[in-house]
Design a protein around this ligand. Structure first.
Ligand code: NAD
Length: 709
């Protein structure tokens, strides 16, 4: 069956409805481009057709390029050819001499928007949820179907740089105001009526760039304003990306160079940059993790199969502090009734007030309405009474990080809730199996580790205790999906996965300080590596005293279990700074002096830890920071803490911001190859300590250079 159904009306306007068979969404691939080429051919040759309306038979207009096809492209030439072929069809469509209108009924993203840009007009249903945009950059790609050529000619170079360089979604009303779309419509009927009317009113439509007197809106790449902007744009981008995202530079080059050239030449330049991006390791990493693995997780790859989906109707939260208040907000936002319990009514009320604050801000900024705010707040019931928990499907405990306090609230809550309810702990460090000892039904006990701030952080790490049942895991998983977060599933262990590996990053940076590496070089290495925050600043943010507390707790626990404990070489530095009262940002002093919205490295640091005369190369520092995390992740997999490569990669990027362009901690190893990773790990181990000895799992895989799978 053809992906396009064509119906010619009595008025001579043909409506082409795109409906790709076997796909939930329309995507740009050969199955679509073949029929589109045939449609364009018919438009050009059939005198009875006066104009064409392109629309979609699915919920979306077209979601973008087919990444399956892209992943199979063998080389740069193939990438160049595939986009050149698409461009030829679109060019023919816009130069046929007859009007073509995109009737956009749902998302038009990436290649989907590029098809719409090659139409003479774009009419869009005015629904704030409908997304328009060129998100390719987020997967290390560049819009290769004419996006960097038509957009600057339609909305100007500056707006095009923003749309393609940042990749954010644009709502229909904003798209109208910036000239990206021609008209808005109220619903599907109105959309098609307006599209037809536009065709009939513009029988000889041509694109602005095909008119003899065409000028770029806001000037082409020679105009002073644009030259000025382009002089600083690369340095602004480099300051943000440290050169780790080649697509950003290629997008700027394509737009800038295209702004000096005619349409056809600019199109060829774009195809070359597209080929460079499409075959880059960065795009492979991002597509592997942020597309395939993320989609698989969201579809339930880590959820026990065959168990019915459950929803939480009523949720109990114990502890209305920072985490409890945040969990209440995201849950009420998802339509769940929330009981927010603390030791005094005043503290419970304060927890609810946190939601009020967030919502007031949203209303003020026009992102929500007073009615919606009030409805959400009405769902949160602050209380001190355990009886209020009756009828809860799930209780999340977020009280102090103290075993005795947690045990006490577990008992009290279980007394009140039904036999079927699940009990979850939001502990960040205490093993779940141990906490479950306070429970009378450990099979219904699970860890749901949220990240702070809860309303912004996308990940929840689900921890399966020794006795946690598959049903409980499935219900925890469903709840995380219900509140719109991404779940990863790990087995119980000290620090679970995310805290344990995240710790190796900051501690490696701190160990460098003790060795006499200049603190600024350490911080720059973290940023060059692609981490969102450098290690010393990050330890200040989470607080040195917390790090020390966790280390001491671990030492005590291991001693009780009769197991050895070895201090990380960075720990002596943490201890020393804590003794000096420099416990981090919350005290205004740690590795940095923290001022009002500003911070600077504490000058005395280099006196306490004198800078060595011979400084290592930045490459060595970057490798230490990255290998420490990747190797610890491989150990988590080997020990069965991690259950899948996808959980590891997604957890690292979404949990603590592991350099996204590397595609996650295990993709970092796979992209390099296990053989090279093991060789380099041994070099690092010889120079910096046994913590770099490669995990046994990697040594085994390195024999055949097989990837971690
Ligand atoms: P917090 O100190 O802000 O809040 C704890 C709340 O629990 C307080 O409001 C306190 O009054 C209340 N509480 C204490 N004892 C109670 C009891 N017996 N009954 C009812 N309420 C009681 O702490 P937080 O940062 O929200 O952390 C809570 C939990 O979440 C801890 O286990 C922590 O390890 C974990 N966690 C924290 C973070 C983080 O970044 N802060 C991240 C992930 C997990």
């Amino acid at each position: 069956m053809s992906a396009i159904e064509l119906q010619v009306g009595a008025d001579g306007i043909a409506v082409a409805t795109i409906n790709l068979a076997g796909k939930p969404m329309n995507v740009v691939n050969d199955d679509l481009m073949g029929p589109l080429a045939a449609t364009v051919e018919r438009l050009a040759s059939d005198a009875s057709i006066k104009g064409l309306v392109l629309t979609s038979g699915k919920g979306d207009f077209c979601a973008g390029g087919d990444l399956d096809r892209l992943s199979r492209l063998p080389d740069a030439q193939a990438a160049f050819d595939v986009t050149t072929a698409m461009k030829a069809v679109l060019r023919k469509m816009e130069t046929s001499g007859k009007p073509v209108v995109a009737a956009i009924n749902g998302h038009a993203l990436g290649g989907g928007l590029e098809i719409a840009l090659a139409c003479h007009a774009r009419i869009v249903i005015d629904d704030a949820r409908l997304k328009l945009g060129q998100p390719e950059v987020k997967l290390g790609l560049l819009p290769g179907g004419g996006g960097t050529v038509r957009l600057p000619r339609l909305v100007g170079i500056q707006a095009a740089l923003q749309i393609c360089g940042e990749g954010n979604d644009i709502a229909p009303s904003k798209a109208l105001s910036m000239g990206l779309v021609t008209q808005l419509a109220s619903d599907r009927d109105d959309l098609l009526a307006k599209a037809r009317a536009w065709c009939l009113a513009n029988p000889k439509a041509r694109q602005p760039w095909d008119l003899p007197k065409f000028r770029f809106p806001g000037g082409d790449s020679r105009s002073p304003a644009v030259v000025q902007m382009l002089a600083i744009a690369p340095s602004i981008a480099a300051a943000k990306t440290w050169g780790n995202y080649p697509a950003v530079g290629h997008i700027m080059s394509s737009i800038f160079e295209g702004g000096l050239l005619d349409f056809e030449a600019a199109s060829v330049v774009e195809s070359r940059y597209f080929a460079a991006c499409a075959t880059s390791q960065v795009a492979r990493n991002l597509i592997n993790t942020m597309w395939y693995q993320l989609n698989a997780l969201k579809k339930g790859a880590s959820r026990p199969a065959g168990l019915p989906q459950r929803k939480v109707g009523k949720l109990g939260i114990l502890g209305a502090g920072m985490m409890g208040a945040g969990i209440a907000y995201v849950s009420a936002r998802a339509g769940i009734d929330v009981v927010l319990l603390d030791t005094t009514q005043e503290v419970a009320d304060r927890g609810k007030a946190y939601s009020q604050g967030l919502l007031d801000k949203a209303v003020k900024r026009g992102r929500s309405t007073a009615d919606k705010r009030d409805a959400l707040l009405a769902r949160i019931q602050p209380t001190t009474r355990y009886e209020a928990l009756v009828g809860c499907d799930l209780v999340v405990e977020a009280v102090f990080e103290d075993r005795a306090v947690k045990a006490e609230v577990t008992k009290k809550a279980e007394h009140a809730i039904g036999a079927d309810a699940v009990f979850a702990s939001n502990t960040s460090t205490l093993p779940i199996t141990g906490l479950a000892q306070a429970s009378v039904r450990p099979a219904q006990f699970i860890g749901l580790h949220f990240f702070s701030p809860v309303d912004k952080m996308p990940l929840v790490e689900i921890i399966v205790g020794k006795d946690t049942s598959p049903e409980t895991l499935a219900r925890g998983f469903d709840y995380v999906m219900q509140i719109g977060k991404t779940p990863i599933v790990v087995n119980d262990s000290r620090g679970f996965y995310t805290s344990r590996v995240f710790g190796t990053y900051v501690m490696e940076g701190i160990a460098m300080l003790a060795e006499g590496v200049h603190p600024r070089s350490i911080e720059v290495a973290g940023l060059q590596a692609g981490m969102p925050m450098p290690p010393l600043a990050l330890q200040d943010e989470v607080s040195l005293s917390l790090g020390l507390h966790v280390a001491d707790q671990t030492k005590t626990d291991l001693a009780a279990e009769g197991k050895p404990y070895a201090d990380h070489p960075g720990m002596a530095v943490v201890r020393h700074l804590c003794e000096l009262g420099r416990i981090g940002k919350k005290a205004g002093k740690g590795f940095y002096d923290w001022g009002e919205g500003d911070k600077s490295l504490w000058p005395e640091l280099t006196r306490l830890y004198p800078t060595a005369a011979q400084q290592p190369e930045q490459r060595e520092l970057i490798d230490r920071l990255m290998f420490a995390q990747a190797n610890e992740t491989a150990r988590c997999l080997e020990e069965g803490v991690l259950r899948s490569v996808g959980d590891a990669n997604i957890g690292s990027i979404m949990g603590w911001g592991f350099a996204p362009f590397q595609g996650g901690t295990l993709q970092f190893i796979n992209a390099m190859g296990t053989r090279r990773f093991v060789e380099r790990s041994r070099e690092l181990s010889a120079r910096h300590g046994a913590r770099f000895e490669p995990a046994a799992l990697l040594v085994r895989l390195a024999e055949t250079d097989a990837p971690v799978a």
